[in-house]
Ligand binder design. Structure first.
Ligand SMILES: C[S@@+](CC[C@H](N)C(=O)[O-])C[C@H]1O[C@@H](n2cnc3c(N)ncnc32)[C@H](O)[C@@H]1O
Length: 353
């Protein structure tokens, strides 16, 4: 596909509005979303990220607070907006609204329930923009994963559930005196229908292993033998990627880290994009943060659409894009120049790819 016909769009704004008004039905091949997790906390930019030239740096490793406030807050309460979104779902998405109503009998009008209504409204729009052969990867953690899977089953059909991927970030454990250390996120993989792109992936093994050689004899797999009747083996250096992904999370000193509090590693996004899309296809990230999915999509020659309502996130995405792909042309929609420049100044860093 000629490069100029590839979709590349960065939208600043509330993703529900952008999805509804700017993204056509059945136009996207792959959606990755890494929304707030219902963690009941606020996230701040990290000042003085090691590769940052930010002028407002404080002590290394300190969270930047104060004048600019949080990048985003992951705290929820039941309000007018929740009622409106729930009513819209009752009218347009009866199965999803039914699942929400059932959950409400357990959660009442709690913050968790408000969070789920917010997610349901956006997931319904995401389902609409996904092509019939498309796929969705929803990144979450055990705070709400059990509820989110119910919503996804209601929206996509349980038969289209493909995997629960465990991202095991073995280099960061949450401290807890009375619980086991938390060390993974979950990523739910659903397809829109029976036919969908899936490119199996392989990864290097830590140690090579000797494996039996097998052959298909009349439909039955049997050990292969040499002329002398001896079972044959081979040394294998790689393995099929399974549903447990051991990928380190970004640390303060990681080369890739740009100071965004919930920034995901490029390696994680590259895996998803390689497995579930082909070059030239469109990857949508409606909670794009500092743009990791967009950078990975660009690197792998996919089209991309990113949406975020945080000015700081928008500044970081643009910085990362321009530093890694200096001549890249893309559509910027709704970006306010003043805030963008402010965030850009805070976010300068070396290219990470
Ligand atoms: C967990 S972060 C995403 C991090 C991203 N995956 C990365 O690697 O940088 C979630 C993002 O969603 C954005 N967000 C939350 N609610 C939103 C909404 N309703 N519309 C648009 N963006 C939203 C926040 O501003 C935040 O940047």
């Amino acid at each position: 596909m000629p490069s100029e016909t590839i979709t590349r769009e960065l939208h600043f704004g509330e993703n529900l509005e952008v999805l509804r008004h700017s993204i056509p039905d059945r136009s996207v091949h792959l959606v990755y979303l890494d929304p707030p997790f219902n963690s009941n906390r606020a996230f701040h930019l990290w000042s003085a990220a090691p590769h940052s030239t930010a002028s407002q740096s404080k002590a290394p490793g300190r969270k930047q607070d104060g004048a600019h406030g949080a990048v985003f807050a992951d705290k929820w309460s039941w309000g007018e907006q929740t009622e409106t979104e729930f009513d819209e779902l009752r009218r347009g998405e009866p199965a999803l609204a039914g699942a929400l109503a059932a959950l409400r009998t357990v959660l009442n009008d709690s913050g968790a329930m408000a969070y789920l209504v917010m997610m349901a409204a956006r997931l319904a729009e995401i389902r609409r923009v996904l092509r019939p052969d498309g796929a969705l990867y929803l990144h979450c953690d055990p705070s709400a994963s059990h509820y989110l899977k119910i919503l996804l089953d209601a929206l996509f059909g349980a038969r289209n559930f493909r995997n629960e991927i465990v991202w095991h970030y073995y280099n960061k454990f949450s401290a807890g005196k009375r619980v086991f250390a938390r060390c993974f996120d979950q990523i739910f993989f659903y397809s829109a229908g029976d036919r969908y792109v899936f490119n199996p992936l392989r990864e290097p093994r830590q140690e090579p292993v000797r494996q039996l050689l097998r052959e298909n004899v009349g439909g039955i797999l049997k050990n292969r033998k040499d002329a002398a009747g001896k079972t044959m083996t081979r040394i294998v250096h790689d393995r099929k990627v399974d549903a447990v992904w051991r990928i380190p999370c970004l640390q303060y000193a990681s080369r890739e880290f740009c100071g965004f509090p919930t920034q995901k590693p490029l390696a994680l996004l590259e895996r998803i994009i390689l497995a579930s899309s082909n070059p030239g296809e469109v990857v949508l990230d409606p909670f794009c943060g500092c743009g990791t999915a967009l950078l990975a999509a660009q690197k792998l020659e996919r089209g991309w659409i990113g949406i975020d309502k945080s000015p700081s996130a928008m500044g970081l995405v643009q910085t990362r894009l321009s530093e890694n792909f200096p001549d890249l042309a893309y559509q910027r929609v709704g970006l306010p120049p003043a805030e963008t420049v402010l965030a850009l100044n805070r976010a300068k860093k070396r290219p990470a790819l």
